[in-house]
Write a protein that binds this ligand. Structure first.
Ligand code: NOJ
Length: 550
């Protein structure tokens, strides 16, 4: 039955508990606040929440520096609050996935404290040590420009330890079987508390060989091990991997038998989509879609535009990256780590038609869409904040102080309170009342996406639109078909299109009452305004209605 693979047709919404809703007035969002907002999320139509780390943490990297994998940071409530929340989400049919951050721990984690203090500690070998300063200690930083090295000297241990990310995030040694067993225990714990799976942080680094190994290699078989465990415990649990890799590597992460990650973020398509938005040339995007086409039958891409990090443009050519920088992040302060842009999408694009184009694209890419909180109302950013905090400001609920996040004077990160994206102008309450708001548009697109399972399940082909600014894709599934068009150019475009199916002479517009009938030459002539998008189902109207029953 199609619903068994729930992730194929899900709409995922990512959020940080700390910046979503504060129920007790201490300035930090919590599970009780999030529970109170579940009706809002259900109303929006999302079917799965991806919660970023909320476990106890010194919070030096937005919680990606965990100091206890088996709990809830007291700033966000108690484990009891988490279970209440999980139950309330379940009542509304909303699934939860949580971040699994096991490439590293915080340096405040008791394992690391014990490891550094005592050579004979059982935790010593849970990390990677070197008696001398490794030659490559200034190589391989993930945050170049901010992070100085990948090895640091620890005064207590009197040795060097390895950290792929910041200095306060020592890497776990996953080659140690006890570490992998512990990772499974962590998964087992959260599964028992009702989650439907994990967003696995930094997958390629998790499975990397020890840095002291002569030759670097990746232990893909560990992914099969984690997958086996997950599926034994929870038949429909999923692993959604964060791995910004080139298409040739995809197969290793999905497993050629589909026995590793269920889903991966499509970073490759994401970067080429930004290039298409910046240049109006969709050819590299079309190539990226072709390059990421072949994945195992039950695997699935996660399509996204923005997340809580910078837009990473590292996989584009230098010219392509430069083009995106010039268009969307011309100012040095908008750029980060030499490879990305630290802005939210609405200010980046700066106009509603292009914003709609971008999200329509995201909802109609082959795969499952992943939204970022605040995108549904077109929230802005705060470039005065450091690094990626610029895009992590609190959710804007209403025009009351702190945008309704909290009654506290000071919040975990400041709410955007000035300019065109300030909470006074951009907030949920105001947009609820406005039928033309971004919020109501997004809700409608989510409804539409759910009614088009061809997108999550089907096969697809790229259509010849005859214009490099217009991307056309045809999806097929169980003898149902969709034709989706996006004009990346600011100017109108007229295209001529043949839909190669017996019922392809008629296209039903799923958003507005302008259907299309092929001319005597069998071709459709379709005029798209600047930045316009069209979602058509192939066939006549009665057919469409019949076919929407699966
Ligand atoms: C990837 C996460 O998305 C990022 O926010 C974090 O800083 C690193 N992994 C380290 O956990």
């Amino acid at each position: 039955m199609i619903d068994d693979l729930w992730y194929k047709n899900a709409v995922i919404y990512s959020l940080n508990v700390g910046t979503f809703m504060d129920s007790n007035g201490d300035g930090v969002g919590d599970f009780e606040g999030l529970s109170r907002r579940l009706d809002y999320l259900a109303g929006l139509g999302v079917t799965c929440l991806w919660l970023q780390p909320f476990q106890p943490s010194p919070n030096l990297d937005s919680g990606y520096d965990v100091s206890d994998f088996y709990g809830v940071d007291p700033r966000h409530g108690s484990s009891g609050d988490f279970v209440d929340f999980a139950n309330q989400a379940k009542q509304r049919g909303i699934r939860i996935i949580v971040d699994l951050v096991v490439n590293h721990t915080s340096d405040q984690h008791p394992w690391f404290k014990s490891a550094r203090a005592d050579k004979s500690s059982k935790y010593r070998d849970w990390y990677t040590w070197s008696k001398t300063r490794p030659k490559n200690y200034r190589k391989g930083m993930v945050f170049p420009g901010v992070q100085k090295s990948t090895w640091s000297y620890d005064k207590v241990a009197r040795e060097w330890y390895y950290h792929r990310f910041y200095k306060f995030q020592p890497d776990l040694n996953v080659e140690n079987l006890a570490v992998r067993t512990e990772i499974q225990r962590i998964m087992g714990y959260w599964l028992e508390l009702g989650v439907s799976g994990f967003r696995v942080d930094a997958v390629p680094f998790v499975i990397e060989s020890r840095q002291t190994a002569k030759k670097r290699f990746l232990h893909y078989d560990y992914l099969t091990e984690f997958r086996d465990f997950l599926q034994w415990r929870e038949g429909d649990g999923i692993l959604l991997g964060e791995a910004n890799v080139v298409p040739e590597e995809d197969e290793n992460f999905y497993g050629d038998e589909g026995d590793r990650m269920h889903m991966m973020f499509n970073f490759y398509v994401n970067q080429h989509a930004f290039y298409a938005l910046a240049s109006a040339d969709t050819r590299p995007l079309a190539k990226a879609l072709e390059a990421t086409r072949a994945i195992p039958r039950y695997a699935q891409w996660a399509s996204f535009l923005r997340n809580h990090d910078e837009v990473d443009l590292g996989r584009l050519t230098d010219e392509q990256r430069q083009c995106v920088f010039e268009k969307f992040g011309p100012d040095k302060k908008m750029q980060l780590y030499g490879r990305g842009i630290r802005r939210r999408l609405a200010p980046m694009l700066g106009n509603r038609p292009q914003l709609e184009l971008a999200y329509s694209l995201m909802f109609s890419m082959p795969g499952t869409p992943v939204l970022r909180y605040g995108d549904e109302i077109g929230m802005g950013d705060d470039l005065t904040l450091k690094e990626r905090d610029s895009v992590r400001t609190p959710m804007q609920w209403c025009e009351e102080s702190q945008g309704g996040l909290s009654t506290a004077k000071k919040t975990v990160l400041p709410v955007v309170s000035e300019g065109p994206y300030g909470y006074q102008l951009v907030n949920v309450e105001a947009q609820r009342r406005d039928p033309n708001s971004m919020l109501n548009w997004t809700e409608r697109m989510i409804r539409l996406r759910k009614a088009c399972p061809e997108l999550g399940w089907g096969s697809y082909k790229l259509l010849k639109t005859g214009d490099p600014s217009v991307l056309g894709i045809q999806f097929e599934w169980r003898n149902n078909a969709l034709v989706i068009l996006h004009n990346f150019h600011e100017k109108p475009k007229s295209i001529s299109l043949e839909v190669d199916r017996p019922d392809g002479r008629r296209l039903i517009n799923l958003l507005i009452g302008e259907h299309s009938q092929a001319g005597p030459n069998g071709k459709h002539t379709i005029v798209l305004e600047g930045y316009a998008y069209r979602w058509f189902r192939v066939g006549d109207l009665s057919y469409v209605i019949k076919r929407e029953k699966y």
